[in-house]
Design a protein around this ligand. Structure first.
Ligand SMILES: Nc1ncnc2c1ncn2[C@@H]1O[C@H](COP(=O)(O)OP(=O)(O)OP(=O)(O)O)[C@@H](O)[C@H]1O
Length: 246
């Protein structure tokens, strides 16, 4: 008898309110390691709120979120912050690149945070410390992976929107998190740039074997996913596969 691999992400009967306003309830789904899941749904239904719950950035009222066997509700705020540093990579619609740091320094930030966490108390699953040289190599490899290997010294204001989002992708993956969350990552880009940036994101996530959960309004983006779920106020429903090729 073979044991099925443990899911990367397990969401069970999750219910979220903002104050007294219900957002969603009975949200349950699982994703496997290496899977790419697209999350769609009407504006305001709570997709970003759900993503924030998965990252441990927001709280919920009922249900559980378990990432790689870690029940997030079992962590206090400090533990959750440490857990997030090594376990999650986040790509937002607005690139959130720090303007006064050059591209390489921006990409290096998550490694510095993981390094700091590793020096502290033992956080569940925390990564070993990296030398400065190992960090340099990781940063360069991450920039090479998104096609920006020669631009590490540039400041963000010297880059295009598509290049900035590539920096954000490199930054989200440089510490090799098992879970990557993307919230409308191509929403600010023109269609051609969006397509190439999305391709980069998917390629790089696949290369690391991470699980990707991506919120999107765009069918063209969702059709690249392994699976598409539609969020409603009363749970998620699987959307039939797109006919188009991935
Ligand atoms: N911090 C907050 N405080 C109060 N209400 C909030 C907060 N954040 C979001 N909401 C509300 O929760 C609901 C869900 O918002 P959310 O941004 O998660 O939806 P969404 O599906 O991602 O929307 P969109 O597709 O337009 O980005 C909305 O009604 C929103 O106004």
């Amino acid at each position: 008898m073979t044991n099925a691999p443990a899911p990367m992400l397990q969401v069970n009967a999750l219910a979220k309110r903002h104050g007294d306003t219900p957002v969603f309830e009975q949200v349950s789904f699982e994703t496997q390691r290496g899977e790419f899941l697209a999350l769609m749904g009407e504006s305001g239904v709570g997709k970003s709120s759900l993503l924030n719950c998965l990252a441990g950035l927001d709280t919920w009222q009922d249900g559980t979120v378990t990432v790689a066997g870690q029940d997030l509700a079992q962590l206090n705020d400090t533990q959750r912050a440490h857990w997030r540093r090594h376990a999650v990579g986040f790509v937002f619609q607005a690139f959130h690149v720090l303007p006064h740091l050059d591209v390489a320094q921006n990409v290096r930030l998550p490694l510095l945070l993981v390094h700091e966490a590793a020096k502290g108390r033992g956080t569940p699953g925390s990564a070993p410390e990296l030398s400065a040289r190992a960090m340099d190599e990781r940063v360069q490899a991450a920039l090479d992976g998104v096609g920006l290997g020669a631009l590490g010294h540039r400041l963000p204001r010297e880059l295009s929107g598509g290049q900035l989002q590539r920096v954000a992708i490199a930054r989200a993956l440089v510490h090799r998190p098992p879970l990557v969350l993307a919230d409308e990552p191509t929403g600010n880009l023109d269609p051609d740039t969006a397509a190439t940036v999305l391709q980069t994101l998917v390629q790089q996530v696949r290369a690391t074997g991470a699980t990707l959960v991506m919120v999107t309004h765009a069918d063209s983006a969702a059709q690249r996913a392994d699976r598409v779920l539609r969020l409603t106020a009363h749970g998620v429903v699987a959307q039939p596969p797109f006919a188009a090729q991935r």
